[in-house]
Write a protein that binds this ligand. Structure first.
Ligand SMILES: [Zn+2]
Length: 345
């Protein structure tokens, strides 16, 4: 009787295990057939009631059945686990033939493009590029440029002071002073100095507490105002169109004498008068002049032997004029919609 029951259990167990299609069903089969309350355990527990002859036969068979079921469960478990892993790998497979995600190509900021354009032009005219510190000594920012401590022109450039003698440079002119000093009184010096400058201004459509400047300096024997005019004419035609004319108006800067403002004929209306030139036909572009003898002297150059010119312009102003930009803050708020318009400008 028990022998037949064991054989029947074996048959049931094996077919249950074979049809299990997930680990949970396999676990259930294990509990059902081999658990503490399962039929095989029950049979083994009841062995004491059997006769001496039956006991070893049934005992051996029960053990064999138990071992067979255990082995078949382990086999099936390994099989199911392998299948599960395979499915997982399949579902997580990366299709390397799919097209990649597009990344937007970057481009130069409009101001960087303008600065590069100006740099390229002046490099072609024999100038080299000089840079200097943005955190500057009062001496180079003011004194070496003929702006002593009590000079009223210092009021025009309210500055960010870090200590009494250190400030954020208010213009790129200290680079000129440093460059002259480096040359120890021997010319020629022919440089342009682009970079960031800082003023204590409240930001609005035409003012920014930080903006760009490009200055130029040419010191040599017999440099004349007509040389300045020639260079500036080349610059105006290069940046604003071949038929631009320029005019120089008298002005004042502490570090140049004489000083001039340069206007260009309006590139919009050609000089007839429009809203860009405010009806005058002329647009103010930059300030310039002949280097003040005091500046040359302070930097170790003999004003009897050397003369020079200097000029300074704002890349923002050039960009605003060229592209009809109405608010200087657009350059510094990093709105991608604004920047994108000048992709490869
Ligand atoms: Zn005009």
């Amino acid at each position: 009787m028990l022998k037949e029951k064991l054989l029947e259990l074996r048959q049931q167990a094996l077919s249950t295990i074979d049809s299990a299609d997930e680990l949970k069903a396999l676990q259930e089969a294990h509990v059902r057939f081999l658990g503490k309350k399962g039929p095989i355990t029950e049979i083994l527990k009841g062995m004491g009631k059997l006769s001496k002859e039956e006991r070893p036969v049934v005992g051996q068979l029960a053990n064999e059945v138990r071992q067979l079921i255990t082995a078949r469960i382990e086999e099936k478990r390994a099989d199911l686990e392998a299948r599960q892993l395979e499915m997982k790998l399949e579902s997580e497979k990366i299709d390397v033939t799919l097209p990649g995600r597009k990344t937007a190509p970057g481009s130069h900021h409009l101001l960087a493009s303008i600065i590069r354009e100006v740099e390229d032009l002046f490099i072609g005219l024999g100038f080299s590029i000089e840079e200097g510190p943005e955190v500057e000594q009062d001496y180079y920012n003011f004194e070496a440029l003929n702006l002593p401590k009590d000079h009223p022109a210092r009021d025009m450039q309210d500055s960010f002071y870090i200590t009494d003698d250190i400030l954020m440079r208010t213009h790129t002119s200290p680079v000129q002073a440093r460059t002259l000093e480096k040359h120890k009184g021997v010319g020629p010096v022919k440089v342009i100095c682009p970079g960031k400058v800082y003023r204590r201004d409240n930001d609005d459509a035409t003012h920014s507490h930080q903006f760009m400047q490009i200055e130029g300096l040419y010191v040599d024997h017999k440099v004349r105002l007509s040389d300045l005019k020639g260079i500036l004419t080349v610059f105006a035609k290069h940046m604003f169109g071949a038929d631009r004319e320029i005019r120089l108006r008298p002005s004042f800067f502490p570090f140049t004498e004489p000083s001039v403002e340069m206007d260009i004929s309006c590139f919009r209306c050609g000089g007839h008068g429009c809203n860009v030139c405010k009806g005058t036909g002329w647009i103010e572009i930059l300030g310039a002049g002949m280097v003040h003898p005091n500046v040359l002297r302070m930097s170790g150059f003999d004003p009897g032997e050397y003369t020079g010119f200097a000029f300074g312009m704002g890349p923002e102003r050039i960009a605003m004029l060229k592209y009809g930009i109405e608010d200087i803050r657009h350059f510094y708020t990093d709105d991608i919609r604004f920047l994108k318009q000048f992709y490869r400008a």
